[in-house]
Design a protein around this ligand. Structure first.
Ligand code: NI
Length: 167
């Protein structure tokens, strides 16, 4: 499998709405494996297919210190609860982080890599990553949620190297 190049702003593929997956074939499995390799190579917490230039509703998430890689096909948020302020970065907007409002709890339905239905109830970083990645497949970026530019900041070079929570 291979590490793909990650699209960054202002690439227009980041602003497009991805299409639903209907074929659970070998090319989907290859895409998923390449996305996992790419996310790990970039030290990311998650990756959406738009970020590697593919307009399909495919998301991978790997929370640090958790064993499981989550693979979500056609994910949809079905319920959110509460609000909290978080800081957040994105692999497609390197060198920046922002402060924004995300939900405390998130419930998502999706399909697994074989097309079987699954549901996730999440809090904390997983909830944040789910909201962030589902935004990506709708062409939305975290900077769209910032209330002002005061909530976006550029990282110093040493911070870029040590920051791992880009999603
Ligand atoms: Ni991102």
């Amino acid at each position: 499998m291979s590490v793909l190049s990650i699209r960054t702003l202002p690439d227009s593929v980041l602003r497009e709405k991805a299409k639903k997956v209907t074929l659970f074939n070998e090319s989907l499995q290859n895409l998923i494996e390449d996305m996992i390799d790419t996310m790990r190579y970039a030290n990311g917490v998650g990756l959406a297919a738009n970020q590697v230039g593919v307009l399909l509703r495919v998301v991978v998430i790997e929370i640090p210190d958790e064993e499981e890689v989550r693979i979500l096909i056609n994910p949809e948020i079905i319920k959110v609860e509460g609000e909290r302020r978080v800081d957040e970065g994105c692999l497609s907007i390197p060198g920046y982080r922002g402060e924004l409002t995300r939900s405390v709890k998130v419930r998502v339905k999706a399909l697994d890599r074989r097309g079987k239905a699954l549901r996730i109830r999440a809090e904390g970083l997983l909830a944040q990553a789910l909201e962030h990645e589902i935004d990506h497949i709708n062409g939305v970026l975290y900077i769209d949620h910032l209330s002002s530019h005061e909530h976006l900041w550029k990282l110093e070079r040493d911070e870029v190297e040590t920051t791992t929570e880009a999603i």
